[in-house]
Design a protein around this ligand. Structure first.
Ligand code: ADP
Ligand code: XUL
Length: 499
């Protein structure tokens, strides 16, 4: 009909976007990508800065070896993040699928009755107000906790020793792993345990419903549809841990090694074939291929230790930290340091250990610059030594992909390149965990829609993110670090045997 506007043609067509979330130790982050997986929107809520009412430091609360985060703080962060995303101009109805990741091993304890509250949330109100009383344990143990040593010993004993446990699960017992944390709640706070909906004596029955990583769990809840105008068909793809999501975000291939320099430092590899778990490191399910695995080494003393040394010796400035690093030569005139502010995971040890060129333990270095270089070299030599024990070989043909907050620091990356004698690459967007979550959302939906499994790397083939070469190894420094790595391994063993 002429003269009558065609209302239907004026309605913008729904786009095909994907939302990735990352509940990390210090912040909650989000990224939205388009059909071609290019980043369109980003947002972040920092727990210390944006939610000071919870009084966290680095996103956590410490009480000796017990390290927790207020569970409801994470919910409030999600409320704030959704509003922030809206402000970026995102139209939530364009999101076709969501996935996400969280710091691994953190546990949430839903109080009896929580499921009912969750299924009847009022879309006119914030979630944190409605869920405030839904947690039987108010403070969630997080991955930094190391208060469950005795539970680890019991489990290893019951299952026939640490190697038997590693053969069964991919890892020997570590304090932060959820099984020990749940055992601690049962033993020390039985009344809370029995008031918990999802974690009770019939734990196996409640938790034993694993799905393969690319599974679409179902459509988004009506709360999000009504409050934020999501399309009701928007799919939620199974969430995973931050390190597996990061492996997906970096599109890692067999032979590559990835190093994440975040709150924790991690080293990870794609494992094809049958894995052989050992007493060091972890073997996890692969987040994008149900037939493959990934190997992971976790170093608890990562960015927070670098920040402490920066604050003490470099006036809280990364530029000054870099300047101190630059005024000492590779090899640090023979001085070596190990800085384990918190009880380390790889290896299990706490304290500061400094050595002179004759391998004698000393109390302090004379110069701040020596301390800074000892920290950086020590942290990176440890990664090389322990990665080699997983079967990884350094060398010019190897590619190291870096991510995490400290991967912005070129001076640290040059030392990494020299220590690993490898080219160092990074992605244009540093946050590979968030990005990996968005990629997994897109992949999960594509698999659901095609009804057959599409290998992730095939799906990503023409959508891969751009990587830039950041550092090349310098021959002389790389040769020096070859012998220094062997020396570091001997010093680390000597420290462990003296404990
Ligand atoms: P998370 O592991 O919680 O996701 P990020 O990967 O965002 O954390 O890393 C946060 C850390 O990055 C901060 O604790 C900070 O110390 C570190 N960082 C940020 N910028 C730099 C820099 N230029 N040099 C070294 N470290 C940095
Ligand atoms: C890995 C681990 C840490 C956390 C950090 O096992 O504990 O890397 O996932 O968020």
């Amino acid at each position: 009909m002429s003269g009558v506007p065609d209302i239907l043609s004026e309605v913008a067509p729904r786009r095909n976007y994907f939302l990735g979330l990352d509940f990390s130790t210090q912040q909650l982050k989000a990224v939205v990508v388009d059909e071609k997986l290019k980043v369109l929107h980003e947002a972040a809520v920092n727990f210390d800065r944006n939610l000071p009412e919870y009084r966290t430091s680095g996103g956590v609360k410490k009480n000796g070896s017990t390290i927790t985060a207020p569970t409801v703080m994470w919910v409030k962060a999600l409320d704030l993040l959704m509003d922030q995303l809206k402000i970026t101009g995102l139209d939530f109805q364009d999101i076709s699928a969501i996935s996400g990741a969280g710091q691994q091993h953190g546990s949430v304890y839903w109080r009896k009755g929580a499921e009912k509250v969750l299924s009847t949330l009022d879309p006119t109100k914030f979630m944190f107000l409605q869920l405030a009383n839904c947690f039987s344990v108010q403070d969630s143990p997080v991955w930094m906790d190391s208060s469950t040593q005795s539970y680890c010993e019991t489990m290893e004993k019951k299952l026939g020793g640490p190697q038997k446990l590693a053969d069964l699960t991919g890892s020997r017992a570590y304090e932060r792993f959820t099984g020990h944390q749940i055992a601690k709640v049962l033993t020390e706070k039985a009344e809370l345990y029995f008031n918990t909906e999802m974690c009770a004596p019939d734990l196996k029955e409640k938790l034993d419903k694993p799905v393969v990583a690319h599974t679409c769990l179902g459509p988004i809840s009506s709360y999000f549809v009504e409050r934020y105008s999501f399309d009701p068909s928007c799919q939620v793809v199974a969430f995973t841990g931050d390190n597996p999501a990061s492996l997906a975000g970096m599109c890692l291939e067999a032979g590559d090694i990835a190093i994440s320099l975040g709150t924790s430092d991690t080293v990870f590899l794609w494992l094809s074939g049958k894995p052989t778990p050992s007493l060091e490191g972890h073997v996890f399910c692969n987040p994008v291929d149900p037939d493959a695995y990934m190997a992971l080494l976790c170093f608890k003393n990562g960015s927070l230790t670098r920040e402490r040394i920066r604050n003490v010796y470099a006036n809280r400035s990364w530029d000054q930290f870099d300047a101190l690093l630059a005024c000492t030569p590779p090899g640090n005139h023979g001085y070596v340091g190990m800085f384990f502010d918190e009880k380390e995971i790889t290896p299990k040890i706490q304290g500061t250990f400094r050595f002179n060129a004759s391998d004698q333990r000393i109390n302090a270095f004379e110069e701040p610059a020596t301390e800074v270089r000892a920290l950086v070299e020590g942290q990176l030599l440890a990664k090389r030594v322990h990665a080699e024990r997983l079967g990884f070989s350094t060398g010019e043909s190897c590619r190291v992909f870096v991510t995490g907050g400290a991967s912005n620091n070129k001076s640290i990356l040059q030392v990494l390149s020299d220590v690993f004698n490898a080219h160092v690459y990074t992605q244009d967007t540093a946050n590979s965990t968030c990005l990996g979550s968005a990629y997994r959302a897109a992949h999960g939906l594509a698999v659901k829609e095609s009804d057959v499994f599409i290998p992730f790397n095939e799906f990503m083939a023409d959508r891969r993110p751009n990587f830039s070469l950041l550092c090349r190894p310098r021959l002389e420094a790389a040769q020096l670090y070859d012998s220094m790595a062997a020396r570091y391994a001997t010093l680390e063993s000597s420290v462990l045997t003296q404990l």
